[in-house]
Design a binder for this molecule. Structure first.
Ligand code: NAD
Length: 349
């Protein structure tokens, strides 16, 4: 029986640990061999792929048309691209299809993890936990500047009511908030059962004390929250983004925060995050002025794309990824929810 070699980019110790456990529990040790690499897949690291049957990538690896073309020039052994994420906005699906490369993902590993992190960010921002933590560490027990608002009775606007958005809705309804939602495919049945209300994007922005984003990054959602959208938001509202950085125009957000219009913003994702996130740059001067400005603001919290990071999510990511690879190399069809295909080409009119 042949062993299929898969190189895992942007991997951390926790990935290696959970992959080894999942490989054992799924009985795949004699079928798959993983090489774990800390570096991200980029145009500079494509050489690493030579001789591998599969690559396994995360959200900040670059799987662009150029990268796939470069891989193909140097090695023709590659057969599958296994994403350790639900989102696939970082992959050129058309180029993968051109070279007959399968692409698979983990569509749902823990919507709770991401929704809970977004709520943690909101609670921290609203109640100034990021300041209180450092104050008490320095034995400063003063309360000036730590005033928040009750979330009970406030209006929370949820953009995107899929798996994660729906978990967030449940939490906010439990807090006693009024929940407004916007989705291109509204789930009116759920809205009726749970007691939240679908509305237009404009009304959601105008009415919400908190706007939290759970929509995917697509061409149509790029900079969904731009200068105009920020202008529509209620004064003193809070913006939370745990979805993808590209949904928010970060420069416009900096300007809006500088003007004092918003109470604050909490971001787990940033549009140019792949330059920095997941790595330690504490000894270097930051070159990204927009990110540096956001981090410097007292009413902003930035976490480095960690909303997914729970034990349960890591276990599910490892198990689903390995099952995808085993199915593929065993010649079985990929689970239809896990396979990602290029959108069908529209015939010219
Ligand atoms: P999902 O596919 O279950 O739900 C996405 C929802 O967004 C769908 O209901 C869809 O109809 C809606 N949508 C699409 N376009 C929209 C638009 N223009 N306006 C409003 N709604 C729109 O996805 P999910 O599992 O809930 O994940 C949501 C996003 O969260 C992912 O796309 C991913 O980018 C992000 N995510 C982040 C992390 C993290 O660690 N920060 C982890 C996992 C996922």
């Amino acid at each position: 029986m042949s062993i299929h070699k898969v190189i895992v980019f942007d991997s951390k110790l926790y990935d290696e640990k959970t992959f080894k456990l999942a490989l054992k529990s799924l009985g795949g040790q004699d079928k798959l061999r993983f090489t774990f690499l800390e570096s991200k897949l980029t145009e500079e690291t494509v050489d690493e792929v030579q001789g591998y049957d599969g690559i396994c990538v995360f959200v900040n690896d670059v799987v662009s048309a150029n990268v796939i073309e470069e891989i193909q020039k140097k090695s023709n052994t590659l057969k599958i691209i296994a994403l350790r994420s639900a989102g696939f906005n970082h992959v050129s699906l058309e180029t993968a299809e051109k070279y007959n490369l399968k692409v698979c993902r983990v569509p749902r590993y823990s919507p709770y993890a991401v929704a809970e992190h977004s709520v943690a960010l909101l609670l921290s921002l609203n109640r100034n936990m990021h300041h209180a933590f450092f104050r008490t560490k320095q034995h400063n027990f003063s309360l000036d500047g730590l005033v928040g608002v009750d979330l009970f009775g406030k209006t929370v606007g949820i953009i995107g009511t899929g798996g994660i958005g729906m978990c967030a809705i449940n939490i906010f309804l439990g807090f006693g908030c009024k929940v407004l939602a916007y989705d291109v495919f509204p789930n009116e049945k759920a809205a009726k059962e749970k007691g939240y209300i679908y509305t237009t994007m404009d009304e959601l922005l105008r009415e919400s004390d908190v706007v939290s984003i759970y929509a995917p990054l697509l061409d149509s959602t790029y900079h969904l929250i731009n200068k105009e959208a920020l202008e529509k938001m209620k004064p003193h509202a809070m913006l939370i983004n745990t979805s993808r950085g590209g949904l928010v125009d970060a420069k416009a957000l900096v300007d809006c925060l500088k003007s004092g219009k918003l109470r604050g913003a909490a971001l787990d994702v940033y549009e140019n995050e792949k330059e920095y996130f997941f790595n330690d740059y504490s000894q270097q001067v930051m070159e990204d002025d927009t990110l540096a400005r956001l981090i410097s603001m007292p009413n902003t919290i930035v976490t480095s794309h960690q909303a997914f990071l729970t034990e349960e999510a890591l276990k599910n990511i490892a198990e689903t990824t390995i099952q995808n690879l085993l199915d593929f190399f065993d010649g079985k069809p990929l689970n239809e929810n896990n396979e990602v295909k290029a959108p069908p080409k529209v015939a010219p009119k």
